[in-house]
Design a protein around this ligand. Structure first.
Ligand SMILES: NC(=O)c1ccc[n+]([C@@H]2O[C@H](COP(=O)([O-])OP(=O)(O)OC[C@H]3O[C@@H](n4cnc5c(N)ncnc54)[C@H](O)[C@@H]3O)[C@@H](O)[C@H]2O)c1
Ligand SMILES: [Zn+2]
Length: 400
């Protein structure tokens, strides 16, 4: 045997800024200049932009052009920004991967160039995948523009698209050159999407950070009203906790079976899929966390008062805890429960589900009792289903 250890060190960086494309803002220019070799000319850039974002921000493309002009000695756009429809649909359309590859090819984008993606988590996942696979990996800068992607999806090291009707079935792990969170973009989001990022912050607080959870309880009213400062505080801390997990959790590329940041996600992913992606990721995660919180309480792992407190905060910031798709059956079997096997399959190895055992504390289990799950879903229908949701929520006084 010949064995060698390959050691690599990566810097994973998330910048927080405003007006990233204002010519006076140096963040992006400096990041691109880092990759420039001495004496070489401007670095080639392919910009990929979320069309939904561009529609909400009609001057965006023009601002980017002016930014590029102002910093022409450092960066050169190989063509006008490529606009791609954002949202989950873009991850369901393989032709879009090829469209980005084509532009990379036509523009002569190489490993010393950059592909910069500006948009929601879906557009970032798609573009990140195209960039990671062209020439075996082109430098990539992400500029997430939703609360969810700024605090969670966009600050991670994964990319991917959906295939065989399954989420993220194709993808890679690729640490971006940098992530730039421009908080100004969040102002353009419709309320439901501004709210979506809050749920991932509650998720990471529940498994990792009691003090964040308590801080969120204290500002639940402001979060429910989507107040800018409250949102920013929560997004920053959420991004930081996600990055801590990736950098310090010992398994950045998820080679093991545990995936604590996917707390509540096994059923959430399935719910998104059953609904034909009509239920958004944030709304699905709220329901998915409720499934696992109630399950943990029923198994005696989570004290009832902590279950009520967790569910109370999720509702207090404006999420529903039930979706009618939870009750759908095929051949007598609850469809949502299949999400467990799909979750295991995606990760490989032993089924590993994170369950909360107290506010800020979690454990991993390798089995979910499929006799208990239908009881959980029944309980949810009664407590939170149509017409009965108000009857039994248990919103604690401190966040009500
Ligand atoms: N790679 C990861 O580690 C990771 C982690 C979590 C989630 N994700 C993925 O992220 C995706 C969800 O991302 P998302 O919640 O950001 O939503 P999204 O990307 O689906 O975008 C939602 C909508 O908002 C529009 N949009 C984006 N920015 C906007 C803005 N500032 N103003 C107005 N409209 C805007 C988009 O065009 C789209 O129509 C899912 O596909 C999920 O699987 C990935
Ligand atoms: Zn998520």
């Amino acid at each position: 045997m010949i064995a060698r250890t390959i050691q690599l060190t990566y810097e994973h960086r998330v910048f927080f800024t405003r007006a990233v494309f204002d010519p006076g803002n140096p963040v992006l220019r400096d990041l691109i200049a880092e990759g420039r070799q001495d004496g070489s000319g401007a670095v080639k850039i392919l910009m990929v932009i979320d069309q939904g974002l561009a529609e909400s921000d009609p001057l965006l493309v023009e601002r980017i052009a002016r930014y590029a002009d102002a910093h022409a000695e450092v960066l050169q756009l190989v063509e006008a920004p490529l606009l791609i429809p954002g949202g989950e649909d873009c991850k369901n359309d393989w032709a879009l991967v090829e469209r980005i590859w084509e532009r990379i090819h036509a523009g002569g984008i190489c490993r010393h160039s950059y592909v910069i993606a500006v948009g929601g988590g879906a557009l970032l996942d798609l573009t990140g995948f195209a960039a990671a696979t062209a020439h075996r990996g082109i430098r990539h800068i992400r500029i997430p523009t939703t609360t969810l992607s700024q605090g969670d999806g966009g600050v991670g090291v994964k990319n991917g698209v959906n295939y065989f009707g399954k989420k993220n079935w194709i993808g890679t792990f690729a640490i971006p050159h940098a992530v730039v969170n421009d908080l100004d973009f969040l102002r353009l989001l419709p309320p439901a999407q501004r709210r979506a990022g809050i749920i991932e912050a509650i998720k990471v607080a529940l498994i990792r950070d009691r003090s964040l959870f308590e801080a969120m309880e204290a500002m639940a009213g402001r979060l429910a009203n989507l107040e800018e400062q409250a949102l920013e505080t929560v997004i920053r801390r959420s991004a930081e906790l996600h990055m801590n997990h990736i950098a310090q959790g010992g398994d950045p590329f998820e080679l093991g079976s545990a995936r604590p940041l996917d707390f509540g996600h096994w059923s959430a992913h399935k719910l998104e899929q059953i609904s034909g992606f009509q239920v958004g990721h944030g709304d699905a995660v709220a329901v998915g966390m409720a499934v696992d919180l109630i399950y943990a309480r029923r198994r005696g792992l989570l004290p009832p008062e902590d279950e009520q407190r967790a569910l109370g905060l999720i509702r207090a910031v404006g999420f529903n805890l039930y979706a009618p798709e939870l009750a759908l059956r095929q051949n007598g079997e609850l469809i949502i429960v299949r999400g467990l096997e799909e979750f295991r399959e995606h990760l490989g190895g032993e089924l590993t589900i994170t369950l909360v055992t107290g506010i800020g504390r979690a454990i991993e289990v390798h089995e979910m009792d499929t006799d208990v799950l239908p009881l959980v879903l029944d309980e949810m229908a009664v407590r939170f289903g149509t017409g009965t949701a108000q009857a039994a929520g248990g919103v604690p006084a401190r966040v009500a």
